[in-house]
Design a protein. Structure first.
Length: 271
């Protein structure tokens, strides 16, 4: 039984090593970048009219390569490949591209560009960034709740204070929420919104300046702090592993030097 399973296991190991090797990964990365450029060019009608005969077959060829690559990865690791979230992501992205973009599925034509996101699953540094962002989501929950509370209180106040004279910005609660969100992004908040309001309500700055300071500078900096902390935590294990590997290499070098000295002393004693 073992003699039959060993060649199969050995073949799968070699195939897995080949698919995870740098040459294959570089090839897939290059094809993703080429595919991204092609998908961008296919949005221009002039380019499609002149070069569509070439771009469309190349796009289909690259998609076929992606399908073959996934098939080989499944052949190497079996269904267990689906335990890897990045492999599931690759399958979904490639699967969407395989659905015919016609009839009720015509909306999927716009989703073909998601193939470019495979660059994230190929690049380890990009994967770390995405993993850090996902790890920061629980910490963002309380910040989002606090920000929602600030938005709601500020919107109610703005509607009551300025809604009568400026209904297009603060005439209703939803309009106030959208206007305050726009102000949080600092999109012409002063010249486009606050200054016209101050012509009618000279003391309106007493409301808007504290709001901008709290919503934009304080809250967004809290978001950045959570993300940076998550990225540092994501980098931590790798740094510790690298330090451990360096320590092991130093110990091995010292042992080799000690063995060389002992061998030299033995030869001297024998002579």
């Amino acid at each position: 039984m073992s003699t039959l399973s060993t060649p199969n296991t050995h073949w799968r190991q070699k195939l897995a090593a080949l698919m995870d090797g740098k040459p294959v990964q570089r090839l897939i990365t290059a094809l993703i970048l080429i595919n991204a450029a092609i998908l961008g060019m296919l949005t221009a009608k002039e380019i499609v009219a002149e070069w569509g005969w070439l771009l469309l077959p190349v796009d289909m060829f690259i998609l076929a390569v992606f399908v073959i690559e996934l098939a080989l990865r499944f052949a190497a690791r079996g269904v267990g490949l689906l335990r890897d979230p990045w492999a599931v992501f690759d399958c979904i992205v490639v699967g969407i591209a395989l659905v015919p973009a016609s009839g009720p599925f015509s909306v999927l034509r716009a989703l073909r560009v998601l193939r470019v996101l495979r660059l994230v699953s190929i690049n380890p540094s990009m994967r770390k960034v995405v993993q850090a962002l996902l790890a920061s989501l629980p910490g963002m929950g309380s910040i989002i709740m606090l920000m929602g509370l600030i938005f709601y209180v500020s919107a109610v106040m703005a509607t009551q204070l300025f809604g009568e004279r400026f209904p297009e910005w603060f005439g209703s609660l939803t309009a106030s929420l959208y206007s305050l969100f726009q102000m949080m992004t600092l999109d012409s908040w002063s010249s486009g919104t606050v200054r016209p309001i101050m012509e009618v309500y000279p003391l309106a700055w007493l409301f808007f300046i504290p709001y901008v300071l709290i919503a934009t500078f304080m809250m967004l900096n809290l978001f950045i702090a959570v993300i940076v902390n998550a990225m540092q935590d994501a980098q931590g294990p790798d740094t510790e592993a690298e330090a451990r590997v360096k320590r092991e290499e130093m110990i091995l070098e010292e042992l080799q030097a000690l063995r060389a000295e002992l061998a030299h002393m033995r030869r001297g004693t024998a002579g």
